[in-house]
Design a protein around this ligand. Structure first.
Ligand code: PLP
Length: 431
C-alpha cells in the first residue's frame, strides 16, 4: 500500500502492509522461516547478485521484519530501515558500516552507558577511535574532526541528562565537512524526526518505547537517503571503492537504481551477513504491535512525566529535577527546537541530601514502579544508575554522562497519574 499520510497515528498502523496476498490476513504474519524457495537458479543468482531485491535467508531479511522496517522508516521520514537484534547492535552497525580500523568518529558525551562502553572500549579494541565531545558547544564536533573522521553520533534526548541534542547545528557542521550525523532517537520516537533537522542516519533501541510492552529486545537503523556519499569519496571508501567481500561491488553505484539506499543495503548485505545480529521475526511482530499504539502512548508518557516533574520540583527532599519541561535557558530552547508533542517519558531527580544511600533507599521503597534496567515500558520503571547501569564507568565518566550519587532515573509509564505520584510520594517519605 502506498502511504500518503504524513500523520504518525496513521503511518504507525498502515505503512508497509495491507494484507497477506495468499491468505488475506490483516495482521502481519510472523514469517517464522529461515529460508525462501527460489523460483529458478536464474532467480537465485539474480537475488544473490542484487540484480533484484528479494528474500534469501532470514539472517539477512525477513518479511515480518520488512514491514517493521518500512513502518519505522516511514515514521522517521527516511528511505529504508534495517532491523537488528538489539539497540546495541544497531549502534555498532551504524558506525561500523562506514568506519574501519584507523578511522575515528566523534560522539557526544551524553550517551547511554552501554553505548559509551561500546564506543570507548570495544570500538577502541577494533582500532576505531571515538572522540567524545561535550554537546553543549556544537563547534566541539568541528574541532574534533579530521580527514579520518567518518561520522558524528549523539542521542536526541540523552538519558540521564535529558538535555536535548542540538541536532540542526551539529548536522550542519557535519554537512559542511562531509560528515554524516547518526542520531539515536530511542527516547524520542514520534516527538522528534531527526532527518528534518539534518541527520543522515537514525537508530533506535526498539526494546524501549517502540516495543512498549517490555517483551522483546531489538534495534533498527534508518537511512535518511539524504546524504551524498559520492560527494565525499575519500571520506567513505567503504561505500565508494570496490568491496572485496561482495565481488568488488561499489555500493554507491551498485545500489543506485534502487534509490539512495547504498548505506543501508551495504549494512544489510555485509555487516548483517557477516556478524549475524538478526532480529527474530517473533520480535519483529511484537514491535509491530507496539508501534500501532506508539503515537498514543508517547503522548501519555510525556504528559505523566511532566506532571511528575512538577510534583518532584515542589518536594522538599528533592534537590534537582531533570526533565525538559522544568528546564529553562538554552536547554529549554533546544528542547523546544527539536521536540514537538511532549518532552518524553524519562525523568530524573537528585536528592537534596543523603547521596547514594538516599537513592538506593528510595528505589527499595517503591511498590508499583518496577526496579529494572529498562526504559520506555508502558509500566513505570525506576533505577539508581550510579550502582547499576553506569557502575562500569569511572567516577569521571559518570560525571560526564550526568550520573551523580543520588541520581534516580524514572521512566514514567502510562498508569493513572494519581497512582504514579502516590507511589513516588510514599517512597520519598521513607528517605
Ligand atoms: N540507546 C539507548 C538510548 C538506550 O537507552 C539503550 C538501552 O538502554 C540502547 C541504545 C541499547 O539498546 P538495547 O538494550 O536494545 O541493546
Amino acid at each position: 500500500m502506498t502511504m500518503d499520510s504524513k500523520n504518525p497515528e496513521t503511518i504507525a498502523l498502515h505503512a508497509g502492509w495491507r494484507r497477506d496476498e495468499s491468505t488475506t490476513s490483516v495482521a502481519v504474519p510472523i514469517y517464522q522461516t529461515t529460508s525462501y524457495q527460489f523460483n529458478s537458479t536464474e532467480h537465485a543468482a539474480s537475488l544473490f547478485g542484487l540484480a533484484e531485491l528479494g528474500n534469501i535467508y532470514t539472517r539477512i531479511m525477513n518479511p515480518t521484519n520488512d514491514v517493521l522496517e518500512q513502518r519505522i522508516a516511514a515514521l522517521e521520514g527516511g528511505v529504508a530501515g534495517l532491523a537488528v537484534s538489539s539497540g546495541q547492535a544497531a549502534s555498532a552497525f551504524a558506525v561500523q558500516n562506514i568506519t574501519r580500523a584507523g578511522d575515528n568518529f566523534v560522539a557526544s558525551t551524553d550517551l547511554y552507558g552501554g553505548t559509551w562502553n561500546l564506543f570507548a572500549n570495544t570500538m577502541k579494541d577494533m582500532g576505531i577511535e571515538c572522540r567524545f565531545v561535550d554537546p553543549s558547544d556544537p563547534k566541539a564536533f568541528a574541532n574534533a574532526t579530521d580527514d579520518r573522521t567518518r561520522c558524528y553520533y549523539a542521542e536526541t534526548l540523552p538519558n540521564p541528562k535529558l538535555q536535548v541534542f542540538p541536532i540542526k547545528e551539529v548536522a550542519e557542521i557535519g554537512r559542511n565537512l562531509g560528515v554524516p550525523l547518526i542520531m539515536d532517537n530511542t527516547a524520542a520516537p514520534i516527538l522528534c524526526r531527526p532527518f528534518e533537522h539534518g541527520a543522515a542516519i537514525v537508530m533506535h533501541s526498539t526494546t524501549k518505547f517502540i516495543g512498549g510492552h517490555g517483551t522483546s529486545i531489538g534495534g533498527i537503523i534508518v537511512d535518511g537517503g539524504n546524504f551524498d556519499w559520492e560527494a565525499h569519496k575519500e571520506r567513505f571508501p567503504m561505500l565508494n571503492e570496490p568491496d572485496p567481500s561482495y565481488h568488488g561491488a561499489v555500493w554507491t553505484e551498485a545500489v543506485k537504481p534502487m534509490g539512495p539506499i547504498a548505506y543501508i543495503i551495504k549494512a544489510r548485505v555485509t555487516l548483517l551477513r557477516d556478524l549475524g545480529s538478526a532480529m527474530s521475526p517473533f520480535n519483529g511482530f511484537q514491535f509491530i504491535q507496539g508501534l500501532e499504539t506508539l503515537p498514543l502512548r508517547i503522548r501519555a508518557h510525556s504528559e505523566n512525566a511532566a506532571t511528575v516533574a512538577e510534583y518532584l520540583s515542589g518536594h522538599d527532599k528533592v534537590g534537582k529535577v531533570i526533565h525538559p519541561s522544568v528546564m529553562d535557558g538554552e536547554a529549554r530552547r533546544r528542547a523546544d527546537a527539536v521536540l514537538s508533542g511532549g518532552y518524553g517519558g524519562l525523568c530524573g531527580f537528585e536528592f537534596a541530601a543523603g547521596g547514594k544511600e538516599a537513592g538506593q533507599r528510595f528505589i527499595d521503597s517503591l511498590n508499583m514502579f518496577y526496579h529494572v534496567a529498562n526504559i520506555g515500558d508502558s509500566r513505570s520503571l525506576a533505577i539508581h544508575p550510579a550502582t547499576t547501569t553506569h557502575s562500569q564507568l569511572s567516577p569521571k565518566e559518570q560525571e560526564q554522562t550526568g550520573v551523580t550519587d543520588s541520581y534516580v532515573r524514572l521512566s514514567i509509564g502510562i498508569e493513572h497519574i494519581d497512582d504514579i505520584i502516590g507511589d513516588l510520594d510514599q517512597a520519598l517519605a521513607t528517605v
